[in-house]
Design a protein around this ligand. Structure first.
Ligand code: PLP
Length: 384
């Protein structure tokens, strides 16, 4: 393992307050390592929200386990406790607590349900860097947590992921698994990713994001850039080279981001307040959260009148609107049946997928970005 990767692992573990951290090529690889180390295999069931990214389902399917989808509640888009209780069977091995958009799950209730049934909780913190529940950092409640550093995430190393845990036995198993099976990224992939990080730093801002995203997806399909997901990842069979570790360049980028982490989180908190105020003034409903919830949002989710039209019109207004989650297992191209999802299974999630866009509040977005974004939504009749 290279020195920057070791240093990034140490710095990240310290920041989270976990005993161990393991860096990977992507967040989904971190999730896979945790599931493998927990012994998840054929016949086991893993409960997760029916409002997620399909890349969160792949590791479950790769291991021959069954994803069981639980519906969400409509304000925080997090899994309903009652839906989890209904989904538990003697075969349930893991519950994934996904802190959607950065809103923390109700961890007290969730840990209570899991504890009564002896089920492991793994936290999906890919969208929730810095969020807290009852004053405690998300990522420190369950047996382990995983994090993503992909372009759209709270901070980016291009692509990248981390697993954290304070469970020594589990950490030992992850370490052993990595020692035996983890591959190094190819030098072609790490060089391309370094070039992409440079382009991102120089050219990607809220006004250019829509155009850049279209171009990036086209280049990904042509195999000309390191995409967040390859075409092979839209089927539930593990592709060659999936279990890959983090490269030194990604780790160095991660270490640079760690230096700015508190500024990043403070900016996100501030921007959430800016959106709350602007949206309230525009007459849109703003969520009232339980006192225990202290979110740091990755993007600001908002229901609009006509999602397809909003997404189609945003680029010509040079407004950055996000589309996730486009369907219960984002993105819209996902062959749902291959992932055991039948339409109608999670109606609240399906409604959210049809109505919700997300607004930028990352460090490159300012209060002016927020004003332009909300003005666009008002002007185009998206906010009732
Ligand atoms: C909620 C959630 N979990 C996990 C992942 C997987 O992260 P990565 O792209 O780093 O593999 C994603 C998205 O990509 C996600 O949105």
């Amino acid at each position: 393992m290279s020195e920057p990767v070791r240093a990034f692992q140490t710095a990240f573990a310290r920041w989270v307050g976990a005993e161990s951290a393991f860096a990977f090529w992507k967040g989904r690889v971190a999730m896979y390592a945790i599931l493998r180390a927990l012994g998840v295999g054929a016949g086991d069931e893993v409960i997760l929200p029916g409002y997620t990214c399909v890349m969160d389902v792949n590791p479950i399917k790769y291991l021959g386990a069954r994803p069981i989808y639980a519906d969400i509640e409509p304000v925080t888009f997090n899994v309903q406790r009652e839906a989890i209780e209904r989904a538990i069977t003697p075969r349930t091995k893991v519950i994934i607590a996904q802190h959607t958009y950065g809103y923390p799950c109700q961890m007290d209730g969730l840990m209570d349900v899991a504890g009564r049934h002896g089920i492991a909780v793994i936290e999906d913190c890919c969208l929730a860097l810095g969020s807290r529940f009852s004053g405690k950092l998300c990522g420190t409640f369950g047996r382990a947590a995983y994090w993503s550093f992909q372009w759209n995430k709270p901070f980016t190393t291009g692509i990248g992921g981390m697993a954290t845990t304070s469970d020594r036995e589990l950490a030992g198993k992850i370490e052993e698994l990595c020692r035996q099976e983890l591959r190094c990224p190819s030098s072609r992939a790490t060089t391309m990713l370094a070039a992409q990080r440079l382009i991102y730093r120089l050219f990607i801002f809220p006004r250019t994001t829509s155009l850049a995203t279209g171009l990036f997806r086209w280049l990904t399909r042509k195999g000309l850039v390191v995409g967040s997901s390859s075409m092979a990842e839209f089927q539930p069979v593990m592709a060659e080279g999936f279990f890959t570790g983090m490269g030194a360049g990604q780790a160095r980028a991660g270490l640079r981001q760690m230096k700015r982490i508190e500024r990043n989180l403070a900016h996100r908190r501030h921007m959430r307040g800016v959106y709350d105020t602007l949206l309230r003034q525009a007459g849109a409903p703003v969520p009232t959260l339980a006192a225990a919830m202290d979110p740091v949002l990755v993007r600001y989710p908002l229901r609009v009148a006509d999602k397809a039209r909003a997404l189609a019109e945003a680029p010509s207004h040079r407004v950055e609107l996000g589309s996730w989650f486009e369907c219960p297992l984002h993105p819209i191209e996902t062959p749902l049946e291959a992932y055991d999802y039948q339409p109608g299974l999670c109606p609240v999630a399906e409604r959210a997928a049809a109505q919700v866009v997300n607004l930028p509040l990352h460090p490159r977005a300012s209060a002016r970005t927020a004003r332009r974004t909300v003005e666009f939504l008002v002007k185009t009749g998206q906010i009732a």
